[in-house]
Write a protein that binds this ligand. Structure first.
Ligand SMILES: Nc1ncnc2c1ncn2[C@@H]1O[C@H](COP(=O)(O)OP(=O)(O)OP(=O)(O)O)[C@@H](O)[C@H]1O
Ligand SMILES: [Mg+2]
Length: 477
């Protein structure tokens, strides 16, 4: 351990010399003949213990120690006083906050012990202080880490009712997390019913703009002038029927988000207006010569192939590039079949609550068929199918495959379980034949022609099979 610094202050040189001899083996000893000189030493060296005489010309001991305290508050202060110095001693305790006073005359060994105690105390104090500092900085770090964590938690998306755990959807959520808090334009691509509008909402309500407006405008199926007026507003008289000035959606949604659906259907004039918004953050109301500043985040969607629209000259290339800064492509449902069960349960819950009917759930066979289905209408199609079945099912029952719409009912459950006992191919095929004929007859209520059609065989062929398998058609009528 490094030697502790001991500062001895006395105006008598011979006492300084004697004390130095006493301590130099165990301490780094500094000596000073006056308080002034001692303060200078304290500015430059770490002192653990100060041993100082009370009676000195100029600055007395108590005054010096009080000043020393300001320089190194942790240094242990010891004062040597005479019997007569009662008052000074009291001062030393109160003002200079000394550790101990030593009255003359004293035994060298006694003094050594006192200085040793003081040194120990100094070390402890320092260690405590260091620990405290470390604790403080650890605390500060904890606080800032907590803040960071909170921020990250806030960054966690509130997905509300947006269902999806498939890798493709998790990737999309990752992209969304990156873009929510930026002003970046987002282009949502994907087939009909894949959830573009729902995702646009998720983006808005997870962004800093959540307290402002979220406006939806479908750009298809609306006359061009009307659409321009809807989005950018118009001035009185700009077209027949424009009887007064009107604010557009871009102005109303200032600081908010606008969702432009079917952006691929827009006219050249409208595309120009959109380019102005995206490029300059400005709109020009119909019939006006002046532009207005707006701060609106644009989320656009289309189920068209915009690139192709550009190639065929129907969509401005510059606008296409502006829009495609951050494209997100929602996968069709058939590419994320793993999400189907959860979606099914979610919609059963949603509609049974809405209709006020208790539904037990769905039978595996029905769910299997839904998983097999191609779903060109994606989630919207699935949702409609579930709503239909929840409406049809009897209270307190399971949804079974008989409630499925014909196009789903027809789906073959393609996971044929082959029991391990099954060895004979002919027998197995026979059983499959029987089962499929049963199902076709059931689906078509015993109608031979339609059943044969469903099975892809002739009526005569079906008759032969019915005979072979001894199936009684009347049971299905
Ligand atoms: N991940 C999802 N979880 C739950 N419901 C969803 C999900 N995605 C879509 N839906 C529901 O499916 C329906 C269709 O979604 P949405 O309107 O967002 O599709 P879209 O891509 O905008 O379709 P379109 O191109 O036809 O306008 C809505 O009722 C929506 O609530
Ligand atoms: Mg839509």
């Amino acid at each position: 351990m490094e030697k502790a610094g001991l500062l001895i202050v006395d105006d008598q040189q011979e006492i300084l010399n004697a004390l130095q001899r006493l301590f130099k083996k165990d301490y780094r000893v500094f000596t000073a003949e006056s308080g002034q000189q001692a303060l200078g030493i304290m500015q430059k060296n770490e002192i653990s213990v100060i041993l100082c005489d009370q009676r000195m010309p100029g600055m007395d001991g108590v005054t010096f120690l009080s000043k020393a305290r300001e320089i190194q508050p942790d240094a242990m202060r010891l004062i040597i006083t005479g019997y007569a110095d009662i008052e000074a001693t009291i001062d030393a305790v109160n003002k200079a906050k000394i550790f101990q006073y030593i009255t003359k005359p004293f035994e060298p060994e006694e003094l050594k012990q006192i200085v040793r105690n003081a040194t120990d105390r100094y070390r402890l104090t320092r260690e405590n202080r260091l620990l405290q500092k470390r604790l403080e900085s650890a605390n500060k770090r904890l606080v800032s880490e907590k803040k960071l964590l909170q921020k990250q938690i806030e960054k966690e998306l509130d997905l509300g009712n947006f269902i999806g755990n498939s890798p493709k959807m998790l990737h999309i959520f990752k992209l969304v997390r990156k873009v929510v808090d930026t002003p970046t334009t987002v282009l949502l691509l994907g087939e009909t019913g894949t959830g573009k509008e729902l995702l646009a909402k998720i983006i808005h309500f997870n962004s800093e703009r959540r307290d402002k407006m979220f406006v939806v405008q479908n750009c298809g199926a609306i006359p061009d002038t009307l659409l321009q007026s809807e989005l950018f507003g118009h001035v009185k008289g700009s077209f027949t029927g424009a009887v007064a000035d009107k604010k557009g959606l871009f102005e109303m949604a200032d600081k908010g988000t606008i969702f432009l659906d079917e952006i691929g259907d827009t006219s050249p004039a409208l595309q120009l207006g959109l380019l102005r918004v995206l490029q300059e953050g400005e709109i020009k109301p119909l019939g006006s010569t002046r532009t207005k500043k707006v701060d609106v985040r644009v989320i656009a969607a289309t189920n068209r192939d915009l690139q192709k629209e550009v190639e065929e000259g129907r969509f401005r290339e510059d606008l296409f590039y502006r829009l495609s800064v951050f494209p997100i492509k929602l996968p069709p449902l058939r590419e994320r079949k793993e999400d189907i069960p959860e979606l099914v349960y979610f919609f059963i819950e949603k509609y049974s609550r809405r209709i006020g009917k208790e539904v037990k759930g769905i039978r595996p066979a029905a769910l299997q068929k839904l998983i097999q289905a191609p779903f060109p209408g994606n989630i919207r199609e699935l949702e409609n199918e579930i709503e239909r079945m929840v409406t049809l099912v009897d209270e307190g029952n399971f949804i079974n495959d008989e409630l499925l719409s014909p196009r789903f009912r027809k789906m073959a459950v393609n996971t044929i379980q082959i029991p391990s006992s099954e060895q004979n191919l002919k027998e197995a095929v026979g059983r499959l034949e029987r089962e499929m004929i049963h199902r076709a007859l059931k689906d078509n209520r015993g109608n031979i022609l339609r059943s044969a059609e469903q099975l892809g065989i002739s009526r005569v062929g079906l008759h032969k099979m019915l005979k072979r398998h001894q199936i009684e058609v009347s049971l299905f009528k």
